[in-house]
Design a protein around this ligand. Structure first.
Ligand SMILES: C[S@@+](CC[C@H](N)C(=O)[O-])C[C@H]1O[C@@H](n2cnc3c(N)ncnc32)[C@H](O)[C@@H]1O
Length: 344
């Protein structure tokens, strides 16, 4: 369970007076619980308030964070199309109870990895592999792991401000330095429309400016927590079939590929310049079967289509309800069935 913060912790964390925190809590703006007549705050609620109030000027360094002994709950640092955050509650019963190493070959924003990490399920694991074929994404993970303070310094500099002019200027840039590249990717993700990552056929990021009032571009606390979560993790930019070289009996592999489109117009397959077509879905199914034969525990998410049901016939197929988010037409939103395929 998360550590509960006192009013003093929150005041230090938000860099404001205790009186101000008291007032915000009294007004119901930051949710607070009364425990043995003392006010206690949950960090995630404070963060939610921080994010909603877009206090992007607040930068908390690793030292300050350590001094506060803020619990190291790490969350996805990018909004990612197909992110599994909203499904974690339903997924809870599907994760295997026991497993050796953990591999996530389509890691994206990493909602499942961070969830397993935060709930202590990855503690003591010898090996954790996070893989994705999106170079910019993997560069962010590597940079956050290597030197998060350096990244925070760049990302919180005045260069990365939320104006339309700056957005298009930064979008057009192609920095060579890996830290500048990661800062650019995170900046674009926080300021672009709908927080999407989408590229054109040349691999160029093509999402327009979001025009949000004051987004939290540099969430230092979370970046520091992510960096600490990644210290024991091997991060690879590669195709999903790399896991065949890495996975052993009793390892848990979670696959969250780009989904098989429900119809010709509903596809969102542009995470990288290489589309994920039926051919890739078939290859993935072969990889799933190979890992199954090896004695691995394999879980896969996908859309509920005749092809996916046919490919995975014979395995346990469960249905979850998902909110469709990546669709600009209101008619394309709402709840839909998705599949979870398990070999255990
Ligand atoms: C549905 S998203 C994963 C979302 C992730 N589970 C989350 O919670 O954010 C699919 C991911 O697969 C990656 N991808 C696409 N083709 C790939 C391939 N051939 N090998 C590895 N990763 C690939 C994309 O870059 C994208 O990040």
């Amino acid at each position: 369970m998360d550590k509960l913060l006192t009013i003093k912790d929150v005041a230090e964390y938000l860099q404001m007076s205790k009186e101000k925190v008291y007032k915000l809590a009294q007004q119901g703006k930051i949710p607070v619980s009364r425990i043995e007549n003392q006010w206690r705050f949950r960090l995630e609620k404070v963060d939610a308030w921080l994010e909603a109030n877009e206090m992007s000027s607040i930068v908390i360094t690793a030292q300050e964070s350590a001094a506060l002994r803020i619990p190291t709950r790490a969350e996805p640092f990018l909004k990612w199309a197909g992110g599994k955050g909203q499904l974690l509650r339903q997924y809870g019963t599907f994760f295997p109870k026991e497993f050796n190493n953990f591999l996530e070959p389509f890691v994206g924003g990493g909602a499942v990895f961070f969830h397993l990490f935060n709930s202590g399920r990855l503690q003591g694991k010898k090996k954790i592999f996070l893989i994705d074929s999106n170079e910019e994404l993997i560069n962010c993970y590597l940079v956050i792991k290597e030197d998060v303070e350096k990244l925070i310094k760049i990302l919180s500099s005045p260069k990365f401000i939320n104006t339309e002019e700056t957005f298009y200027k930064i979008r057009a840039e192609e920095p060579k330095d890996k830290f500048e590249r990661a800062a650019r990717t995170i900046y674009l993700n926080k300021t672009c429309f709908n927080g999407l990552y989408r590229v054109n056929s040349k691999g160029k990021f093509n999402v327009p400016f979001g025009g949000y009032k004051n987004p939290l571009i540099c969430n230092s606390r979370n970046l520091i927590a992510v960096s600490s979560a990644l210290q024991n993790v091997e991060i690879l930019c590669d195709d999903f079939d790399r896991c065949l070289k890495l996975a052993k009996k009793e390892d848990f592999i979670y696959f969250d590929p780009p989904y098989q489109p429900l119809n010709k117009t509903s596809s969102f397959t542009s995470y990288t310049k290489n589309p994920f077509r039926e051919e890739e879905q078939r290859k993935l199914c072969q990889v799933f079967r190979e890992l199954d034969k090896r004695g691995c525990k394999v879980m896969l998410s996908n859309s509920d289509t005749p092809l996916i049901r046919k490919l995975y016939k014979g395995f346990r197929i469960a249905i979850v309800q998902a909110k469709r988010a990546i669709n600009c037409k209101a008619s394309g939103r709402g709840e839909i069935n998705e599949l979870v395929i398990l070999n255990y």
